[in-house]
Design a protein around this ligand. Sequence first.
Ligand SMILES: Cc1ncc(COP(=O)(O)O)c(C=O)c1O
Ligand SMILES: [Zn+2]
Length: 401
Amino acid sequence: MTYMTHLECARCGRTYDADQIMNLCACCGPLLVRYDLKAAAAAVRPADLAGRVSSLWRYREVLPVRSDEHVVTLGEGMTPLLSVRRLGESLGLPNLMLKDEGVNPTGTFKARGSAVGMSRARELGIRKVAMPTNGNAGGAWSAYGARAGIEVTLVMPVDAPAMSVLEAVAVGARAYMVRGQITDAGAIVARSAKAHGWFEAATLKEPYRIEGKKTMGYEIAEQLGWRLPDAILYPTGGGVGIIGIYKAIREMMAMGWLPEGARMPRLVAVQAAGCAPIVKAFHEGREASERWEGAETVAQGIRVPKALGDFLVLEAVRATGGTCVAVPDEDTLWGLQQISRTEGLFICPEGASLVGAARRLREQGWLQPEDRVVLLNTGAGIKYPDILRPELPVLEKDATI
Ligand SMILES: Cc1ncc(COP(=O)(O)O)c(C=O)c1O
Ligand SMILES: [Zn+2]
Protein backbone atom coordinates (compact mmCIF):
# COMPACT_ATOMS: atom_id res chain seq x y z
CA MET A 1 0.00 0.00 0.00
CA THR A 2 0.95 3.65 -0.32
CA TYR A 3 1.47 6.14 2.52
CA MET A 4 0.69 9.10 0.26
CA THR A 5 -1.12 11.82 2.20
CA HIS A 6 -1.39 14.94 0.05
CA LEU A 7 0.17 17.19 -2.60
CA GLU A 8 2.26 20.21 -1.65
CA CYS A 9 3.35 23.16 -3.76
CA ALA A 10 7.13 23.30 -4.07
CA ARG A 11 6.95 27.08 -4.36
CA CYS A 12 4.39 28.35 -1.81
CA GLY A 13 3.72 25.31 0.35
CA ARG A 14 -0.04 25.23 -0.25
CA THR A 15 -1.48 21.72 0.08
CA TYR A 16 -4.03 19.83 -2.03
CA ASP A 17 -6.02 16.62 -1.82
CA ALA A 18 -4.03 13.96 -3.67
CA ASP A 19 -7.12 12.21 -4.98
CA GLN A 20 -8.24 14.97 -7.30
CA ILE A 21 -6.81 15.52 -10.76
CA MET A 22 -4.22 18.28 -10.45
CA ASN A 23 -1.66 20.06 -12.58
CA LEU A 24 0.04 23.12 -11.06
CA CYS A 25 -0.67 25.00 -7.83
CA ALA A 26 -2.78 28.17 -8.00
CA CYS A 27 0.57 30.07 -7.82
CA CYS A 28 1.81 28.08 -10.89
CA GLY A 29 4.37 26.20 -8.79
CA PRO A 30 4.87 22.45 -9.31
CA LEU A 31 3.16 20.07 -6.87
CA LEU A 32 5.09 17.36 -5.04
CA VAL A 33 3.65 14.23 -3.43
CA ARG A 34 3.97 13.96 0.34
CA TYR A 35 3.77 10.78 2.42
CA ASP A 36 3.32 9.86 6.06
CA LEU A 37 6.97 8.85 6.30
CA LYS A 38 6.71 7.93 9.97
CA ALA A 39 4.03 5.38 9.24
CA ALA A 40 5.91 4.16 6.15
CA ALA A 41 9.07 3.73 8.26
CA ALA A 42 7.14 1.74 10.83
CA ALA A 43 5.70 -0.49 8.10
CA VAL A 44 8.87 -1.28 6.13
CA ARG A 45 12.57 -1.48 6.92
CA PRO A 46 15.30 -1.63 4.30
CA ALA A 47 15.89 -5.32 5.05
CA ASP A 48 12.26 -6.07 4.10
CA LEU A 49 12.96 -4.98 0.53
CA ALA A 50 15.37 -7.81 -0.25
CA GLY A 51 12.81 -10.35 -1.40
CA ARG A 52 10.64 -7.95 -3.32
CA VAL A 53 9.96 -7.56 -7.05
CA SER A 54 13.02 -6.45 -9.02
CA SER A 55 11.50 -3.23 -10.33
CA LEU A 56 10.87 0.24 -8.97
CA TRP A 57 7.60 -1.06 -7.50
CA ARG A 58 9.62 -2.56 -4.65
CA TYR A 59 9.35 0.91 -3.04
CA ARG A 60 5.56 0.62 -3.07
CA GLU A 61 4.96 2.44 0.23
CA VAL A 62 6.52 5.64 -1.08
CA LEU A 63 4.92 5.53 -4.53
CA PRO A 64 1.66 7.36 -5.22
CA VAL A 65 -0.62 4.58 -6.47
CA ARG A 66 -3.35 3.45 -4.07
CA SER A 67 -4.43 0.18 -5.63
CA ASP A 68 -2.19 -2.52 -7.16
CA GLU A 69 -4.76 -3.11 -9.88
CA HIS A 70 -3.88 0.30 -11.39
CA VAL A 71 -0.16 -0.36 -11.65
CA VAL A 72 1.02 -0.22 -15.27
CA THR A 73 4.42 -1.88 -15.53
CA LEU A 74 6.82 -3.15 -18.16
CA GLY A 75 9.44 -4.13 -15.57
CA GLU A 76 11.07 -0.69 -15.18
CA GLY A 77 13.78 0.09 -12.64
CA MET A 78 16.35 -1.87 -10.62
CA THR A 79 18.86 -1.08 -13.33
CA PRO A 80 22.49 -2.08 -12.74
CA LEU A 81 24.89 0.13 -10.82
CA LEU A 82 28.15 -0.83 -12.50
CA SER A 83 31.70 -0.18 -11.44
CA VAL A 84 33.44 1.50 -14.41
CA ARG A 85 36.96 1.23 -13.08
CA ARG A 86 38.83 1.28 -16.40
CA LEU A 87 37.10 4.49 -17.43
CA GLY A 88 37.47 5.85 -13.89
CA GLU A 89 41.21 5.20 -13.79
CA SER A 90 41.67 7.02 -17.09
CA LEU A 91 39.95 10.02 -15.48
CA GLY A 92 41.75 9.79 -12.12
CA LEU A 93 38.58 8.54 -10.39
CA PRO A 94 39.08 4.84 -9.64
CA ASN A 95 35.85 4.59 -7.62
CA LEU A 96 33.70 5.67 -10.57
CA MET A 97 30.31 3.97 -11.05
CA LEU A 98 27.59 4.19 -13.65
CA LYS A 99 23.90 3.56 -13.17
CA ASP A 100 22.72 2.27 -16.51
CA GLU A 101 19.19 3.40 -17.27
CA GLY A 102 19.60 2.26 -20.87
CA VAL A 103 18.35 -1.21 -19.95
CA ASN A 104 14.92 0.08 -18.97
CA PRO A 105 11.86 -0.67 -21.15
CA THR A 106 11.94 1.89 -24.03
CA GLY A 107 15.69 2.30 -23.48
CA THR A 108 15.74 5.25 -21.09
CA PHE A 109 14.97 6.31 -17.51
CA LYS A 110 11.81 7.92 -18.89
CA ALA A 111 10.17 4.53 -18.35
CA ARG A 112 10.18 5.25 -14.61
CA GLY A 113 8.28 8.51 -14.80
CA SER A 114 5.79 7.20 -17.31
CA ALA A 115 5.13 3.94 -15.42
CA VAL A 116 4.24 5.82 -12.26
CA GLY A 117 2.59 8.76 -14.06
CA MET A 118 0.43 6.48 -16.22
CA SER A 119 -0.50 4.24 -13.29
CA ARG A 120 -1.69 7.24 -11.34
CA ALA A 121 -3.47 8.69 -14.39
CA ARG A 122 -5.34 5.41 -14.79
CA GLU A 123 -6.21 5.40 -11.09
CA LEU A 124 -7.60 8.93 -11.33
CA GLY A 125 -9.72 7.98 -14.34
CA ILE A 126 -7.82 10.04 -16.92
CA ARG A 127 -8.48 8.82 -20.49
CA LYS A 128 -6.40 11.19 -22.65
CA VAL A 129 -2.93 12.58 -22.01
CA ALA A 130 -0.93 15.15 -23.98
CA MET A 131 2.66 16.29 -23.58
CA PRO A 132 5.59 18.05 -25.25
CA THR A 133 8.75 15.92 -25.54
CA ASN A 134 12.27 15.92 -26.94
CA GLY A 135 11.67 12.28 -27.86
CA ASN A 136 12.45 9.79 -25.11
CA ALA A 137 9.62 10.76 -22.76
CA GLY A 138 7.25 10.61 -25.73
CA GLY A 139 8.34 7.07 -26.57
CA ALA A 140 7.98 5.96 -22.97
CA TRP A 141 4.63 7.63 -22.22
CA SER A 142 3.23 6.25 -25.47
CA ALA A 143 4.28 2.71 -24.58
CA TYR A 144 2.81 2.84 -21.08
CA GLY A 145 -0.24 4.63 -22.45
CA ALA A 146 -0.84 1.76 -24.86
CA ARG A 147 -0.60 -0.70 -21.99
CA ALA A 148 -2.91 1.38 -19.79
CA GLY A 149 -5.46 2.01 -22.54
CA ILE A 150 -4.88 5.77 -22.31
CA GLU A 151 -4.67 7.84 -25.49
CA VAL A 152 -1.42 9.82 -25.88
CA THR A 153 -0.87 12.96 -27.98
CA LEU A 154 2.68 14.27 -28.41
CA VAL A 155 4.24 17.44 -29.80
CA MET A 156 8.00 17.35 -30.37
CA PRO A 157 10.68 19.35 -32.18
CA VAL A 158 11.08 18.42 -35.88
CA ASP A 159 14.61 17.20 -35.21
CA ALA A 160 13.62 14.80 -32.39
CA PRO A 161 15.64 11.54 -32.59
CA ALA A 162 14.09 9.29 -35.24
CA MET A 163 14.05 6.20 -33.04
CA SER A 164 11.88 7.80 -30.37
CA VAL A 165 9.48 9.13 -32.98
CA LEU A 166 9.24 5.68 -34.54
CA GLU A 167 8.72 4.08 -31.15
CA ALA A 168 5.93 6.48 -30.16
CA VAL A 169 4.09 6.01 -33.47
CA ALA A 170 4.56 2.23 -33.40
CA VAL A 171 2.75 1.97 -30.07
CA GLY A 172 -0.09 4.14 -31.28
CA ALA A 173 0.55 7.71 -30.14
CA ARG A 174 -0.82 10.65 -32.07
CA ALA A 175 2.35 12.64 -32.77
CA TYR A 176 3.00 16.12 -34.16
CA MET A 177 6.21 17.99 -34.85
CA VAL A 178 6.95 21.68 -34.47
CA ARG A 179 9.65 23.82 -36.05
CA GLY A 180 11.00 24.92 -32.69
CA GLN A 181 12.15 23.82 -29.24
CA ILE A 182 10.42 21.74 -26.58
CA THR A 183 9.24 24.98 -24.97
CA ASP A 184 7.37 25.81 -28.22
CA ALA A 185 5.89 22.30 -28.22
CA GLY A 186 4.81 22.90 -24.62
CA ALA A 187 2.90 26.04 -25.55
CA ILE A 188 1.00 24.16 -28.30
CA VAL A 189 0.14 21.35 -25.89
CA ALA A 190 -1.06 23.77 -23.19
CA ARG A 191 -3.38 25.55 -25.66
CA SER A 192 -4.71 22.35 -27.22
CA ALA A 193 -5.14 20.39 -23.98
CA LYS A 194 -7.45 23.08 -22.70
CA ALA A 195 -9.50 23.00 -25.90
CA HIS A 196 -9.84 19.18 -26.01
CA GLY A 197 -9.96 18.32 -22.31
CA TRP A 198 -6.69 16.33 -22.45
CA PHE A 199 -4.70 15.90 -19.26
CA GLU A 200 -1.41 17.79 -19.58
CA ALA A 201 1.52 15.63 -18.52
CA ALA A 202 4.42 17.99 -19.28
CA THR A 203 7.48 17.80 -17.02
CA LEU A 204 6.50 18.88 -13.48
CA LYS A 205 3.07 20.03 -14.69
CA GLU A 206 1.74 16.83 -13.17
CA PRO A 207 2.90 15.61 -9.76
CA TYR A 208 3.58 11.91 -10.39
CA ARG A 209 6.30 11.55 -13.02
CA ILE A 210 8.92 12.71 -10.50
CA GLU A 211 7.81 9.98 -8.10
CA GLY A 212 8.88 7.39 -10.66
CA LYS A 213 12.19 9.09 -11.29
CA LYS A 214 13.00 9.48 -7.62
CA THR A 215 13.36 5.71 -7.37
CA MET A 216 16.80 6.10 -8.99
CA GLY A 217 17.83 7.62 -5.64
CA TYR A 218 16.32 4.75 -3.65
CA GLU A 219 18.06 2.21 -5.85
CA ILE A 220 21.48 3.85 -5.63
CA ALA A 221 21.25 3.75 -1.82
CA GLU A 222 20.01 0.17 -1.74
CA GLN A 223 22.56 -1.04 -4.29
CA LEU A 224 25.38 0.50 -2.23
CA GLY A 225 24.18 -1.19 0.96
CA TRP A 226 22.54 2.05 2.20
CA ARG A 227 25.82 3.94 2.04
CA LEU A 228 25.51 6.96 -0.21
CA PRO A 229 28.16 7.94 -2.79
CA ASP A 230 30.11 11.21 -2.48
CA ALA A 231 28.74 12.70 -5.69
CA ILE A 232 26.10 12.00 -8.33
CA LEU A 233 26.37 13.55 -11.81
CA TYR A 234 23.10 13.95 -13.68
CA PRO A 235 22.37 15.18 -17.27
CA THR A 236 19.86 17.93 -16.60
CA GLY A 237 17.13 19.09 -18.96
CA GLY A 238 13.84 19.63 -17.15
CA GLY A 239 15.66 18.50 -14.03
CA VAL A 240 13.09 16.00 -12.80
CA GLY A 241 15.63 13.26 -12.22
CA ILE A 242 17.96 15.32 -10.05
CA ILE A 243 15.06 16.86 -8.10
CA GLY A 244 13.66 13.36 -7.66
CA ILE A 245 16.95 11.90 -6.41
CA TYR A 246 17.22 14.75 -3.89
CA LYS A 247 13.64 14.12 -2.77
CA ALA A 248 14.31 10.38 -2.41
CA ILE A 249 17.38 10.90 -0.25
CA ARG A 250 15.49 13.27 2.02
CA GLU A 251 12.66 10.76 2.32
CA MET A 252 15.09 7.95 3.15
CA MET A 253 16.75 10.14 5.77
CA ALA A 254 13.36 10.97 7.30
CA MET A 255 12.51 7.26 7.44
CA GLY A 256 15.80 6.37 9.09
CA TRP A 257 16.81 4.15 6.16
CA LEU A 258 20.32 5.65 6.03
CA PRO A 259 23.01 5.39 8.72
CA GLU A 260 22.98 7.99 11.48
CA GLY A 261 24.83 11.11 10.29
CA ALA A 262 24.80 10.05 6.61
CA ARG A 263 25.94 12.88 4.35
CA MET A 264 24.06 13.94 1.24
CA PRO A 265 25.92 13.15 -1.98
CA ARG A 266 26.96 16.35 -3.74
CA LEU A 267 24.55 16.63 -6.66
CA VAL A 268 25.97 17.87 -9.96
CA ALA A 269 23.66 19.20 -12.68
CA VAL A 270 25.34 18.72 -16.05
CA GLN A 271 24.06 20.58 -19.10
CA ALA A 272 25.28 21.02 -22.68
CA ALA A 273 27.31 24.16 -23.35
CA GLY A 274 24.85 24.89 -26.18
CA CYS A 275 21.91 24.96 -23.75
CA ALA A 276 22.98 25.67 -20.17
CA PRO A 277 20.44 27.99 -18.54
CA ILE A 278 20.67 26.33 -15.11
CA VAL A 279 24.48 26.31 -15.12
CA LYS A 280 24.43 30.01 -15.95
CA ALA A 281 21.94 30.79 -13.17
CA PHE A 282 24.02 28.77 -10.70
CA HIS A 283 27.22 30.67 -11.45
CA GLU A 284 25.41 34.00 -11.37
CA GLY A 285 23.98 33.18 -7.94
CA ARG A 286 20.38 33.35 -9.17
CA GLU A 287 17.44 31.36 -7.85
CA ALA A 288 15.93 30.66 -11.26
CA SER A 289 17.14 30.54 -14.88
CA GLU A 290 16.36 32.68 -17.91
CA ARG A 291 15.25 31.19 -21.23
CA TRP A 292 18.31 30.12 -23.27
CA GLU A 293 18.16 31.45 -26.83
CA GLY A 294 19.39 29.41 -29.83
CA ALA A 295 19.69 26.14 -27.89
CA GLU A 296 21.67 23.50 -29.80
CA THR A 297 23.39 20.25 -28.76
CA VAL A 298 23.83 16.61 -29.80
CA ALA A 299 22.41 15.68 -26.38
CA GLN A 300 18.84 16.47 -27.36
CA GLY A 301 17.22 15.20 -24.16
CA ILE A 302 18.87 18.00 -22.23
CA ARG A 303 18.01 20.68 -24.77
CA VAL A 304 15.52 22.48 -22.55
CA PRO A 305 15.79 26.29 -22.85
CA LYS A 306 13.69 26.98 -19.74
CA ALA A 307 12.71 24.42 -17.12
CA LEU A 308 9.68 24.84 -14.86
CA GLY A 309 11.61 23.23 -12.00
CA ASP A 310 14.86 25.17 -12.48
CA PHE A 311 14.62 26.66 -8.98
CA LEU A 312 14.30 23.17 -7.49
CA VAL A 313 17.39 21.93 -9.36
CA LEU A 314 19.35 24.92 -8.06
CA GLU A 315 18.08 24.28 -4.55
CA ALA A 316 19.09 20.59 -4.68
CA VAL A 317 22.55 21.44 -6.02
CA ARG A 318 23.19 24.18 -3.47
CA ALA A 319 21.76 22.30 -0.49
CA THR A 320 24.07 19.36 -1.13
CA GLY A 321 27.22 21.38 -1.79
CA GLY A 322 27.08 20.32 -5.44
CA THR A 323 27.82 22.27 -8.61
CA CYS A 324 26.72 22.80 -12.21
CA VAL A 325 28.82 22.07 -15.30
CA ALA A 326 28.32 22.92 -18.99
CA VAL A 327 29.89 20.40 -21.38
CA PRO A 328 30.68 21.26 -25.03
CA ASP A 329 29.45 18.72 -27.59
CA GLU A 330 33.01 17.78 -28.53
CA ASP A 331 33.64 16.66 -24.94
CA THR A 332 30.36 14.72 -24.96
CA LEU A 333 31.39 12.91 -28.15
CA TRP A 334 34.83 12.27 -26.63
CA GLY A 335 33.09 10.89 -23.52
CA LEU A 336 30.91 8.64 -25.67
CA GLN A 337 33.94 7.17 -27.40
CA GLN A 338 35.89 6.85 -24.16
CA ILE A 339 33.22 4.95 -22.24
CA SER A 340 32.25 2.77 -25.21
CA ARG A 341 35.82 1.67 -25.77
CA THR A 342 36.93 1.20 -22.17
CA GLU A 343 33.75 -0.32 -20.76
CA GLY A 344 31.71 -1.68 -23.69
CA LEU A 345 28.90 0.67 -22.77
CA PHE A 346 27.28 2.36 -25.77
CA ILE A 347 25.34 5.01 -23.89
CA CYS A 348 23.23 8.00 -24.93
CA PRO A 349 24.87 11.39 -25.56
CA GLU A 350 23.16 12.88 -22.50
CA GLY A 351 24.89 10.26 -20.33
CA ALA A 352 28.16 10.70 -22.23
CA SER A 353 28.21 14.39 -21.30
CA LEU A 354 28.79 13.21 -17.72
CA VAL A 355 32.12 11.68 -18.70
CA GLY A 356 33.27 15.08 -19.98
CA ALA A 357 31.97 16.70 -16.79
CA ALA A 358 33.74 14.17 -14.54
CA ARG A 359 37.02 14.78 -16.36
CA ARG A 360 36.65 18.52 -15.90
CA LEU A 361 35.69 18.29 -12.22
CA ARG A 362 38.63 15.99 -11.49
CA GLU A 363 41.05 18.32 -13.31
CA GLN A 364 39.74 21.25 -11.29
CA GLY A 365 40.17 19.29 -8.06
CA TRP A 366 36.46 19.51 -7.31
CA LEU A 367 36.38 15.71 -7.35
CA GLN A 368 39.11 13.88 -5.43
CA PRO A 369 40.67 10.53 -6.44
CA GLU A 370 39.07 8.73 -3.48
CA ASP A 371 35.56 10.05 -4.15
CA ARG A 372 32.85 7.49 -4.90
CA VAL A 373 31.15 9.05 -7.89
CA VAL A 374 28.00 7.87 -9.69
CA LEU A 375 27.34 8.86 -13.30
CA LEU A 376 23.64 8.60 -13.94
CA ASN A 377 23.44 7.43 -17.53
CA THR A 378 19.89 8.15 -18.57
CA GLY A 379 19.61 6.03 -21.72
CA ALA A 380 20.94 3.67 -24.37
CA GLY A 381 23.08 4.72 -27.34
CA ILE A 382 21.02 2.51 -29.63
CA LYS A 383 18.20 5.05 -29.39
CA TYR A 384 20.45 7.45 -31.35
CA PRO A 385 21.31 5.67 -34.61
CA ASP A 386 22.74 8.87 -36.07
CA ILE A 387 25.11 9.76 -33.27
CA LEU A 388 28.11 8.08 -34.93
CA ARG A 389 28.55 7.78 -38.66
CA PRO A 390 31.23 5.17 -39.24
CA GLU A 391 32.42 4.76 -42.80
CA LEU A 392 33.23 1.10 -43.23
CA PRO A 393 35.17 -0.42 -46.12
CA VAL A 394 32.84 -2.40 -48.42
CA LEU A 395 34.43 -5.64 -49.60
CA GLU A 396 34.00 -7.64 -52.78
CA LYS A 397 32.61 -11.14 -52.11
CA ASP A 398 35.93 -12.82 -52.81
CA ALA A 399 37.97 -10.48 -50.60
CA THR A 400 40.18 -11.61 -47.71
CA ILE A 401 40.85 -9.27 -44.78
C1 LIG B 1 18.26 10.63 -22.34
C2 LIG B 1 17.81 11.78 -21.50
N1 LIG B 1 18.60 12.23 -20.52
C3 LIG B 1 18.24 13.26 -19.72
C4 LIG B 1 17.06 13.94 -19.91
C5 LIG B 1 16.72 15.08 -19.00
O1 LIG B 1 15.81 14.68 -18.02
P1 LIG B 1 15.34 15.55 -16.80
O2 LIG B 1 14.00 16.09 -17.13
O3 LIG B 1 15.26 14.61 -15.64
O4 LIG B 1 16.36 16.62 -16.57
C6 LIG B 1 16.20 13.53 -20.95
C7 LIG B 1 14.91 14.21 -21.17
O5 LIG B 1 14.35 14.24 -22.22
C8 LIG B 1 16.58 12.42 -21.76
O6 LIG B 1 15.79 11.98 -22.74
ZN1 LIG C 1 1.92 27.35 -4.83
